[in-house]
Design a protein around this ligand. Sequence first.
Ligand SMILES: Nc1ncnc2c1ncn2[C@@H]1O[C@H](COP(=O)(O)OP(=O)(O)OP(=O)(O)O)[C@@H](O)[C@H]1O
Ligand SMILES: [Mg+2]
Length: 325
Amino acid sequence: MFEDKLPILEIRNLTKQFALEGGKQLTAVDNVSLELYSGQSLGIVGESGCGKSTLAKIVAHLDSVTSGNIRYMNRDITHLQGEELRQNRRKLQMIFQDPSASFNPRMKIGNIVSEPLLNFKLMNKGEAREETKKLLAMVGLPETIMSRYPHQLSGGQKQRAAIARALSLKPEILVCDEATSDLDVSIQAQVVQLLVDLQKEQGLSYIFIGHDLALIRNISHRIAVMYLGRIVEVIDSEVLTTEAVHPYTKALLASVFSVKGESNSAIGVIEGDPPSPLEIPLGCSFNSRCTKCVGKCFGEKPELKEVKTNHFTACHLCSDLGEDV
Ligand SMILES: Nc1ncnc2c1ncn2[C@@H]1O[C@H](COP(=O)(O)OP(=O)(O)OP(=O)(O)O)[C@@H](O)[C@H]1O
Ligand SMILES: [Mg+2]
């Protein structure tokens, strides 16, 4: 399914450390490698604090890397600067949990959506206004909303406006960080459906981040499971519930899905809390919560290995899929 195509985006050995007061280093993202394929969605799922947003911000050039690199269409974009960085932003846009945070509250929606078109000098004001009408129609918003201010919109309308603004530059990749998490379940479903439709129509590629495994599974072709800054499993979403092998993925699945594989609750019932990223355990980082650990799990960090075609996991016990962990 993937091997004959080059990824549109490649993340290689990406690490991000934050220097804290007192000289401590917090490793938020630890040696992460992932690929995103054109026209597909890569879901990134994991508990709060595991490094999802940090990874997203680095990919969107909103934060710097400590080490590793990012390639877009086989070109290294890790350290772009100036005009090259500006142009790259057109190709890769980000949508956040709270769209208001990126909206100027004193600007009308029409101006918010058309602003990138004018900033990049892609058209004149009249043309940008016409384009804005089309963009709003594309995300299911009426033209009349152009004269409203952000606080006069519902959460769902604001998120649609944020999607319209992000799409104005005709990006190829959208990074959605908890983009639907603040919305009511029914509105969430509508916004997710909009993203799915836009992907089909425009061939967009998504990195879709969240902690709702059921929702992420529905929108994603591939799923990367993250724990304490590391990727512990990467698997096709179609076989997530039947073929996942990492004990953490299995614990997430057990916490989210009923025996029928249907449910929609967020992660929250795995026993215990993840350790602090300041005190990552030696060996496997999941060893303090894993019920299957053997001696090796406390001494040696498991690397992400392919256990079956296109199925990767970082677990000493899962290196052979024949072993049911
Ligand atoms: N600027 C920063 N300085 C120091 N530590 C940071 C900074 N940004 C994030 N962190 C830490 O990095 C770790 C990962 O944070 P991040 O926001 O990426 O997690 P997340 O997976 O997005 O969590 P959530 O699901 O709650 O959004 C956390 O321990 C966080 O406290
Ligand atoms: Mg986050």
